[in-house]
Design a protein around this ligand. Structure first.
Ligand code: ATP
Length: 466
């Protein structure tokens, strides 16, 4: 019998604790007292993470004839971040609501109430104006009036790469998003692949942001991975392709096994000036619905900026009409960490089995970090152990990753496998060796066991895992 999910902070604490206990996610640099806003993925976490990335790549590159992959560098010419607006646009005076962590652009909010705030003002001047007007400023999300001080804060993470001078030269940056690497390679991909519009370029890679308030575990971190796809269209096709992309991305997310009732679309009301339309796919995290993925129609902004910044023409010539134009761009962008957390929350289940509460992760088999665990019923019976090892070797030729486990009693092993979401456990017992060469196969979700002939085992498991 399944137990209703505990809500909010309690569920979050349980997930964070399970992640550590079972080797999914560890706080970074823990033995040195930690390091805020970054996490390490453990043996189970890296498997799950790889499965999520492989799923995305399958849907966004391999299933599509009109999308190709790319792996661009983390370091790029700093002029890219000037052209994209990140060096300037990310240096806004920001304050954060102490209640719900919503960040506000203090200069903009002051302007809205008729107070002139110049972006060149110092932090002190901005804060003086902010203090004087605090009683007129409400958090746009929760309505509270309790903010941190404003800080001029650039989200880009600086580095001194290639700087060998005493005085220091202009910094280079660790990329704040992966899509800029796509935009600056559009010309290369067009020239080398003879792609015709519409077509897309997809990339998975690390991004870095100096987030003021990293929070909610993997949801907002300073180092994270993005899976982004930029799709280039003719001007009049942008919104048609946009609708198709929205539908496709939703389908892809659902195919991971996430429950549809935990997903919803959120339409942006306040668009940046160049955007045509922007929607997010939100997931129902323990604190409520929040952005997991963005699907945005961006017009010609990105390629126009890089065309101006680099002095290179980033146009496309239609092979049929010979018309030249800057392609319009629609994008989908999702953080691996936010998807990982959504998948963990969705899979986390408690039920009562044999009069005991148990916790298990109800992953779809295709994303489970371990597919099958093989046990000898008793650890101190060499004939059971050697048979189980033999079965493990045979299975491991065909199905992976799988594990061999003979620690503790079988009940404990089941519990351990349940907590990492292993769909099937195979146990070798005395009937296997003395009677009929069958093993028990236990199903994670129902706890039911079936006897299966050893010679049928590979096919049986493969069909169940498919
Ligand atoms: P938010 O409004 O939550 O800060 P954003 O709108 O700035 O996010 P984008 O710049 O559009 O996010 O980035 C695209 C995606 O990258 C997001 O939908 C999210 O999945 C992921 N992402 C962005 N920032 C972070 C972060 N600090 N930690 C983890 N994932 C992130």
């Amino acid at each position: 019998m399944e137990i209703a999910k505990t809500k909010d902070s309690e569920l979050m604490e349980k997930i964070v604790s399970l992640c550590k206990r079972r080797g999914f996610v560890y706080p970074s640099s823990e033995i040195y007292g930690g390091f805020a806003g970054v996490y390490d993925f453990g043996p189970m976490g890296v498997e799950l993470e790889n499965n999520l990335k492989a799923h995305w790549w399958k849907w966004m590159v391999h299933k599509r004839q009109d999308i190709v992959g790319l792996d661009s560098c983390i370091f790029m010419n700093p002029k890219i971040w000037e052209a994209s607006g990140h060096t300037k646009g990310f240096s806004d005076p920001l304050a954060e609501c102490k209640n719900c962590n919503t960040r506000i652009r203090v200069d903009k909010v002051l302007e809205e109430i008729g107070v002139k705030a110049d972006e060149k003002m110092s932090e002190e001047e901005i804060n003086r104006l902010f203090d004087e007007n605090k009683n007129k400023i409400k958090c746009p999300k929760c309505g509270k009036q309790n903010f941190t001080k404003a800080r001029k804060f650039n989200l880009l993470v600086k580095s001194n790469l290639g700087d060998f001078t005493e005085a220091g030269t202009a910094p280079s940056y660790l990329r704040g998003e992966t899509c800029q690497g796509i935009y600056v390679n559009v010309k290369n991909v067009l020239d080398s692949g003879h792609m015709k519009l519409p077509f897309g370029i997809a990339q998975i890679g690390k991004a870095f942001r100096n987030e003021i308030a990293p929070r909610q575990f993997l949801f907002r971190t300073r180092e994270f991975e993005q899976m982004e796809m930029q799709y280039l269209t003719k001007p009049d096709q942008e919104m048609i392709e946009y609708e198709k992309l929205r539908e496709y991305r939703f389908k892809a997310i659902v195919s991971l096994g996430l429950k549809e009732e935990n997903l919803k679309w959120h339409k942006h009301d306040n668009l940046v000036f160049y955007a045509k339309e922007a929607y997010d796919i939100e997931y129902n995290y323990p604190w409520g619905f929040d952005e997991m993925e963005g699907v945005h129609a961006r017009g010609t902004y990105d390629l126009t900026q890089h065309s101006k910044g680099s002095g290179q023409e980033l146009t496309y010539q239609d092979p049929e009409t010979n018309e030249k134009f800057i392609p319009h761009i629609i994008e989908s962008s999702i953080g691996v960490g936010r998807l990982f957390l959504a998948v963990m929350c969705d899979a986390y289940t408690e039920d009562v089995m044999n009069e005991e509460t148990r916790v298990y992760l109800k992953f779809k088999p295709s994303i489970a970090p371990v597919k099958v665990a093989v046990f000898p019923l008793l650890k101190n019976k060499p004939e059971l152990v050697s048979k189980a090892k033999h079965i493990f070797e045979v299975l491991n030729e065909e199905i992976y990753p799988i594990v061999f486990d003979d620690n503790g009693n079988v009940g404990k092993r089941y519990r351990r496998q349940d907590e990492i979401g292993t769909p099937f456990c195979v146990t070798v017992d005395f009937d296997t060796i003395e009677k009929d060469d069958t093993v028990t196969v236990r199903d994670r979700d129902s706890g039911k066991q079936e006897r299966v002939a050893v010679k049928e085992l590979v096919n049986y498991l493969k069909s169940k895992l498919a």
